[in-house]
Design a protein around this ligand. Structure first.
Ligand code: SF4
Length: 470
C-alpha cells in the first residue's frame, strides 16, 4: 500500500469516529439505533464492494436491517451493464420518494457503476432530488467521509471521480459468508470491448500488491474461510501495473501455499490473455477449483472483430480444446451475446457451432443491450428485436441441451462439496457446491455449513444434482 493510501486509511478511520457520534445523536432523535440497508445490483465485484460498505456501516454503529423501505439510511450499489439494471434503480427511487415524504429523516444514497455515467447524474439531479448522496466506483474507500459530509449538509452531496490509482487497504469488511469470500485482486479494465460500458465506469486496470492479497487471504483463513474467489474484470492481465510485475499464474502459485485454504476460484478470464502457464498451474493445483468461466460472447469471427474481442473463433476453439485436453475434469462456462449490431442468423449459427464443439457446462446468454457511450451503440446496423429473440431462443435450446448432457456424465460419481446453505425449499436438505461449480442438494443440517464433505451424485436434475453424503 502506498504511503498516500496508508495516510488515507487513518483519515477514514477518523471519519468513522465522527460518524459514530452522528449515529449516537440520531439514536437520541429517532429513539432507536439508526438502521441501514445496502442493496446490491450486478456482479461479484459489486457484491464485494458492498461487503466493504456494510463493514463501515457496522463499524459506525448503524443496524443492518437489509430492507430499503424500512431503513433510516438506504444505499443502492448500482450496475449499468444493461439498461434494465438502470430502470430497476429508478423504480426503487420512485418508491422511496413517497416514503421519504412521510419520513424526512430518511437518507438515500447511490453508488456503483451507473453513477459513473454523467447523463445519469444529470437525470438524478433533475428528477430525483430526494437523493442525498451520490458517489462512484473509484472512491468507495471515502464512504465514511462522504457519510459525515451528507449528514452535515442540507444539499445533495455528489462526489464522482473519473479515474484513480488509489487502492486503500484494511477498511472494515462484513462478508456475506463465514466460510468463503470474494477477494479483489485488481480493478478496472483496458480491453474496451465495443459493447461494454465497464472500462468507462471502472477505469484503467490497476492490480493490488501480491503481499496485500496474501495478507488478506491469510487473515480470512484464520477467520474460518476455506474458499476464496479472486475477482477482476480480467484476472489474466493481473500484475501488469505493479512496480515488480507478477503474472496471474505466479500469484495463484503463491496463494496455493496458504495453509488452511482449501479452494481457489477466480473470475473473469479473457481468452486473449489465458496463458499456457496458467493452464499448467491449474492442472497441477490441489486447490484451484475445476471450473473456468471463459466468455466467448460470439462464435462468429466477423462479429468478434466488431466486438474488439481480439481473438477468432478458431483461436478460441484451440484454447478450449487445450483446456479440455490438459484438464479433462474442467467445467467450462461462458457468456454469450445475441443481437450485436450487424449480426445475421448465420453468425448465430457460428455461435451455436462453438457451443456444440466446446460442450459448455453452462452459459449465461444475453440479448445485446445498447449502452450509450460505447462504440457499438453508435453502430448503424442495430439488429431488429424480433430477429435477436429468434436467435436467442435457438441458442438457448442448444446451451441447455449441451449443459444437461454434460451434467448427466457425472451421475453416480462421488465428489467433494462445500456445504453453502440450507436448501430454500426443503429444510431436511443442504445445498453444496462441487469444485466444478455444480450444485448438489442432499440430506443434512445447518451444522454442516462451511464444511467440505464427500457426496454421491445420485440423480441429475438438469442443472443440479440430488445426492447423498458418503
Ligand atoms: S473484458 Fe471486455 S467485456 Fe469484460 S469488462 Fe473488460 S471491456 Fe467489458
Amino acid at each position: 500500500m502506498q504511503a498516500l493510501d496508508e495516510k488515507e486509511l487513518l483519515i477514514q478511520k477518523d471519519y468513522i469516529k465522527q460518524a459514530k457520534k452522528i449515529a449516537g445523536e440520531l439514536e437520541q432523535k429517532l429513539g432507536h439505533k439508526p438502521t441501514f440497508a445496502i442493496i446490491t445490483f450486478g456482479c461479484q465485484m459489486n457484491a464485494r464492494d458492498s461487503e466493504k460498505l456494510i463493514g463501515i456501516m457496522d463499524e459506525i454503529g448503524f443496524v443492518n436491517n437489509g430492507e430499503d423501505e424500512k431503513s433510516d439510511f438506504v444505499l443502492y450499489n448500482t450496475c449499468t451493464v444493461r439498461d434494465n439494471a438502470n430502470q430497476k434503480v429508478y423504480g426503487r427511487l420512485g418508491v422511496l420518494s413517497n416514503l421519504k415524504k412521510k419520513n424526512p429523516q430518511m437518507k438515500i444514497a447511490l453508488c456503483g457503476c451507473m453513477m459513473q455515467e454523467p447523463s445519469v447524474i444529470e437525470k438524478i439531479k433533475k428528477s430525483y432530488r430526494h437523493v442525498d448522496l451520490i458517489f462512484g466506483t473509484h472512491n468507495i474507500f471515502k464512504f465514511a467521509e462522504l457519510l459525515v459530509t451528507m449528514y452535515e449538509s442540507d444539499r445533495m452531496v455528489i462526489d464522482i471521480w473519473d479515474n484513480t490509482e488509489r487502492i486503500v487497504e484494511d477498511l472494515p469488511v462484513k462478508r456475506k459468508y463465514s466460510f468463503k469470500s470474494g477477494i479483489n485482486i485488481m480493478f478496472g479494465c483496458n480491453n474496451f470491448c465495443s459493447y461494454c460500458i465497464v472500462p468507462y465506469v471502472r477505469g484503467r486496470e490497476r492490480s493490488r500488491e501480491p503481499k496485500d492479497i496474501i495478507r488478506e487471504i491469510e487473515a480470512l483463513v484464520k477467520d474460518g474461510v476455506v474458499e476464496v474467489m479472486l475477482l477482476g474484470q480480467n484476472v489474466n492481465s493481473y500484475g501488469k501495473t505493479l512496480e515488480s510485475p507478477m503474472t496471474f499464474a505466479e500469484l495463484l502459485q503463491e496463494i496455493e501455499q496458504i495453509e488452511g485454504l482449501k479452494r481457489i476460484r477466480f473470475m473473469t478470464s479473457h481468452p486473449k490473455d489465458l496463458s499456457d502457464d496458467l493452464i499448467q498451474v491449474m492442472k497441477h493445483s490441489k486447490k484451484i477449483c475445476r471450473h473456468l468461466h471463459l466468455p466467448l460472447q460470439s462464435g462468429s469471427s466477423r462479429i468478434l472483430k466488431e466486438m474488439n474481442r481480439r481473438y477468432t473463433k478458431e483461436q478460441y476453439l484451440a484454447l478450449a480444446n487445450k483446456l479440455r485436453t490438459e484438464i479433462p475434469d474442467l467445467s467450462l462456462t461462458t457468456d454469450l451475446i445475441v443481437g450485436f449490431p450487424g449480426e445475421t442468423p448465420e453468425d448465430v449459427d457460428e455461435t451455436i457451432d462453438v457451443v456444440k464443439q466446446v460442450g459448455y457446462d453452462n452459459a449465461f446468454t444475453f440479448i445485446y443491450s445498447k449502452r450509450t457511450g460505447t462504440p457499438a451503440a453508435a453502430m448503424e446496423n442495430q439488429v431488429d428485436e424480433a430477429l435477436a429473440h429468434e436467435g436467442f431462443d435457438r441458442l438457448l435450446k442448444v446451451v441447455q441441451d449441451t449443459a444437461k448432457e454434460r451434467a448427466l456424465m457425472m451421475q453416480g460419481q462421488t465428489m467433494e462439496a462445500l456445504v453453502e446453505e440450507m436448501n430454500a425449499q426443503d429444510d431436511t436438505l443442504v445445498t453444496g457446491r462441487l469444485s466444478n461449480n455444480m450444485i448438489v442438494h442432499f440430506p443434512g443440517d445447518a451444522s454442516m455449513i462451511g464444511q467440505l464433505v464427500m457426496v454421491k451424485l445420485v440423480e441429475c436434475k438438469g442443472f443440479y444434482y440430488l445426492g447423498e453424503r458418503v
